[in-house]
Structure formats: C-alpha cells, structure tokens
Write a protein that binds this ligand. Structure first.
Ligand SMILES: Cc1cc2nc3c(=O)[nH]c(=O)nc-3n(C[C@H](O)[C@H](O)[C@H](O)COP(=O)(O)OP(=O)(O)OC[C@H]3O[C@@H](n4cnc5c(N)ncnc54)[C@H](O)[C@@H]3O)c2cc1C
Length: 455
C-alpha cells in the first residue's frame, strides 16, 4: 500500500503520524529541518532551561497525558506549582492580580468603580453576534459585554499574551471558541467565567504542565517512536496529482526525488502550504496565503535571587495593548516549574514583537535585552540587571485568526473535498495550543485512515 505522507514534524505532524501507525496505516513523515519538533525546542544553557517556543500546556482533554503514557514518558511529566494559578495584568505601570472571584473583582485596583459597574451590565445584557456563530473581533466583544476599559484590561491582554495579535483584528469565535461558547450557553460572560474559575479550583481540575527537561521531551519521544518513518532534512518542494495518487517532490540532503502517496497531510505553516499547493489549485493557495503570521522575540533573562526584593509567585503577566510598553507579556518559569534556573537564580521569559511591535525583531541583541530588562524591572521590581540573557527570534511565529478566518476555513475544507486525499493540519487553522493540536491529530488520523481504507 502506498503510504500517507505527512509533511512537517512539529507536534501536529508527529502526533498525527503516531496515531496513523497505531491505526495500522503506513506513514512517512518528511521534515525540512535536521530536527523534529518544529516550534517546540528546549535549550539548556548555563543551568537554565529556556523554551524556544511553548513553555507549558493545559491538557484539558487528557489526550496529551494519554500520549505521554503511550510513549512511556509519563514519569517525565512535570506539574506546575500553585504559583501558576496566579495571573497578573499590567495597568498604569503596575502589576495587578487578574481577579478570579466576584469579591476579588470588586476589590481589585485594576479597574476604577465606573468601569466595574459598566462591566456588571454584562449580567443582564442579551447575547450578541459571537453567540450566534458570527465573527466579531475580541476588542468588539469586550466593549460590548464589559465596556471599553474592562474589555481592554481583562480580555485584550489574552490576545497579545497568547497570539501576540491585535485585538481589533483577531476573531473571537476563531481564536477563543470557548469564550464564544460561554456567551452562547450562559449568556453572561462574567457568570460563565465565575463557573470556569470555580471548576479550575477543584482538586481534580487539569493543571498547567510540561516535562522535566522541557517540552521537547515529548517531541523527541515521538521522533524516536517513528524511527525510520521520519525523514529529517527532507523538504517538500512541490505536490502533483495524477487523478488518483499524489506525487510529492522532496529535496532530501540536496537530492531531489519523488514519492508516491495515497494521501498527503500538510502539517506545515499556512504560508508554506500556499507555495506547495499553488500548482494544484490557485484559489486554495490564495486562501491559505490570507492567513497572516506575526513575529515574536523571546528574551530569557536570569537574575540572582537577591535582585528580587519580594517573591513573584505567579505564572506571569499580561500587557493590555494600551500600556506604553514594548513587551507583550512575560512568564516566570522558575516560580512554578522545578529545574528552570540554577539554585539561587530566577528565570523570566519576556515576549515582544507581535502584531504591534514587529520592529523589535530587528533590534540588535544588546538593545533588545536592555529593553526587556528595563520594562520587566519596572513591573516586577528587580533591583539589579540580569546575569544571564538568551534571545530567540521567530520571524513567523504565530498564525493569526483574523476576521474572515471562518470563511477561509470553509474555503480550505472545500479545497480538501476538491482534492480527495489532501489534508491540512497544524496550528494555522483551529487552535495553536499544544494539547489541542494533539487532540485534533487523533480526530484527523481517523479521517485519513478512513479515506485510505476506502480508496
Ligand atoms: C513563542 C511561542 C510560544 C508559544 N507558547 C505556547 C504555550 O506556552 N503553550 C502552548 O500550548 N502553545 C504555545 N505556542 C504554540 C505552539 O507552540 C504551536 O502552535 C505548535 O508548536 C505548532 O505546532 P505545529 O506542528 O502545528 O507547527 P510547527 O511547530 O511550526 O511545525 C511545522 C514543521 O514543518 C516543518 N516544515 C516547514 N516547511 C517544510 C517543508 N517544505 N517540508 C517539510 N517540512 C517543513 C518545519 O520545519 C516544522 O518542523 C507557542 C508558540 C510560539 C511560537
């Protein structure tokens, strides 16, 4: 039987290939780089563990834990400490706790009274377009339900923190389907959030997690499991179709060759998929090209414990776009995960760039480090400069589910139907979170296996 070709060995392609093998479908994974993992990569330097991409995940469905068990790495699982439950928001140059209960909301200095009263109107406001499955920006949703200031300080920071995006452009139902579902099912956003926070406080609630030596323990284990079915340094250059089979033109260590496949899954960034399907279907390529990406720079900063006057026992902080800062947010990995910094030091990972500050990517390392240190110190209250700096730049870090994304997804699905056996997978379409990509891989594997077995 001709194999299924999976192009791209990020978590999406790897988890999909794992499941296809479990379903007894022959599979070949082609990865353009010399390593598997894509955005997931853990750097160990000077006793620090710096994640080049994701630093943690929340495995709501349990699929990621099941995958870790199947790979035999469940003992490497690392659950975050209690500090990870506390989120901070920057406002007027200070960090405030993001309120998680009604009394905390009432007492919070994050919002003035008038803004709190306006946000309270959410309790009686009717449902809006997001609840009806229509597109609306995150900023518009926040204004409508909570008012301008509360929307800006409570909701918009999530867009810069998670997607490095622009709240006026990012589509709420596409980027935050759970929030759209909350309005659909419970009408009031605040009541729905109260229920979510109560659920999260239960002992059995899923907790933020990673692996002891970093998230790439997961992708390394997947790569090892795939063995010879994973081809590194094998870049897909073109896809052709003869009516039944696909012919995948691959450049493997400088040599061009063609591989026949019954089905092909493009688990690649949308801008790469665009160039690969251009010869098959110009319209489809055009749709894929309209999924924009933003750049992100991560600045990992290590400080001696003596520089931090009082402990910052929190996950990290989010920055509303209205704050006059260049950093989009930051996390405090050594506050909630063991083994992220040498004893006697703290690690802070600050994110900049994104839709608003893409110019930051062009800054020389010393200027970028100085900017991140200055803004972090102002917020966190550090008394000295960093003794460790590690900078990571991603020119096309994160896809943006901007207004019109739902229409683009419908066109891409129509494209899949026009070219039976061609599938699109990865973070460009539905959700960028690592556990969600694993869950989608399970579902897609069943579709692909069903297609292969029927044809
Ligand atoms: C800075 C940053 C922080 C993040 N933080 C978090 C977090 O804390 N928690 C979380 O859950 N998620 C986080 N994410 C999101 C998450 O990391 C990504 O959504 C996810 O890793 C993407 O996986 P993927 O397999 O879909 O794509 P990718 O990881 O981009 O993989 C695509 C693969 O395709 C390969 N490729 C490209 N072109 C070709 C070609 N022509 N032929 C063959 N191979 C090719 C690439 O080399 C790559 O290996 C973060 C992302 C970034 C960038």
């Amino acid at each position: 039987m001709k194999p299924v070709v999976v192009a791209g060995a990020g978590i999406s392609g790897l988890a999909l290939a794992f499941e296809l093998r479990r379903l007894a479908v022959p599979v070949v994974v082609l990865e353009g780089e010399g390593r598997a993992g894509g955005k997931i990569e853990s750097d160990h330097r000077d006793g620090y563990l710096c994640e080049r991409g994701p630093a943690s995940f929340l495995d709501r469905s349990g699929d990621l834990a099941a995958l870790a068990r199947a790979l035999g790495i469940e003992d490497r699982w690392l659950t975050a400490g209690d500090a990870a439950e506390r989120r901070l928001v920057a406002a007027a140059g200070r960090l405030h706790d993001a309120p998680a209960t009604a009394p905390a909301f009432a007492a919070s200095a994050l919002l003035p009274w008038l803004a709190k009263l306006r946000a309270g109107l959410d309790l009686v406001l009717p449902r809006g377009p997001s609840a009806a499955g229509m597109e609306e920006s995150v900023a518009a949703f926040g204004r409508r339900r909570l008012g301008s200031l509360a929307g800006e300080r409570l909701l918009e920071p999530l867009v810069s923190g998670l997607y490095a995006g622009e709240p006026e452009e990012v589509s709420l139902p596409s980027a935050f389907p759970l929030v759209a579902a909350m309005e659909r099912e419970r009408r009031s956003f605040l009541l729905a959030m109260r229920a979510e926070f109560a659920k999260a406080r239960r002992k059995t609630a899923p907790r933020l997690a990673s692996f002891r030596d970093g998230l790439d323990e997961l992708t390394s284990a997947l790569a090892t499991h795939l063995g010879d079915d994973l081809h590194l340094d094998s870049r897909v250059r073109r896809i052709e179709m003869d009516g039944v089979d696909f012919h995948v033109v691959v450049e493997e260590r400088g040599q061009r060759g063609t591989l026949a496949a019954r089905a092909i899954v493009l688990a690649l960034p949308a801008h790469v998929a665009t160039s690969l399907v251009g010869s098959l279907d110009e319209n489809l390529a055009g749709t894929l090209a309209r999924i924009p990406y933003v750049p992100v720079a991560l600045v990992h900063l290590g400080y001696p414990a003596s520089a931090l006057a009082r402990p910052r026992d929190a996950y990290g902080f989010f920055v509303p776009p209205s704050e006059p800062l260049h950093v989009l947010g930051g996390i405090f990995p050594s506050q909630f995960f063991a083994g992220r910094a040498p004893v006697g030091f703290h690690l802070f990972s600050v994110r900049t760039g994104g839709a608003r500050h893409s110019e930051a990517l062009a800054m020389p390392d010393d200027e970028l480090a100085a900017l991140a240190d200055r803004e972090l110190r102002g917020l966190v209250g550090l008394a000295a400069g960093p003794s460790f700096v590690h900078i990571v730049r991603h020119e096309q870090a994160l896809p943006q589910y901007t207004l019109g994304h739902m229409g683009r997804l419908a066109e891409i699905e129509a494209g899949e139907r026009r070219h039976a056996g061609l599938f699109f997978h990865g973070n460009a379409y539905h959700n960028a979170g690592v556990p969600e990509l694993v869950s989608r891989s399970w579902k897609l594997a069943e579709r692909v296996a069903g297609f292969v077995k029927m044809s």
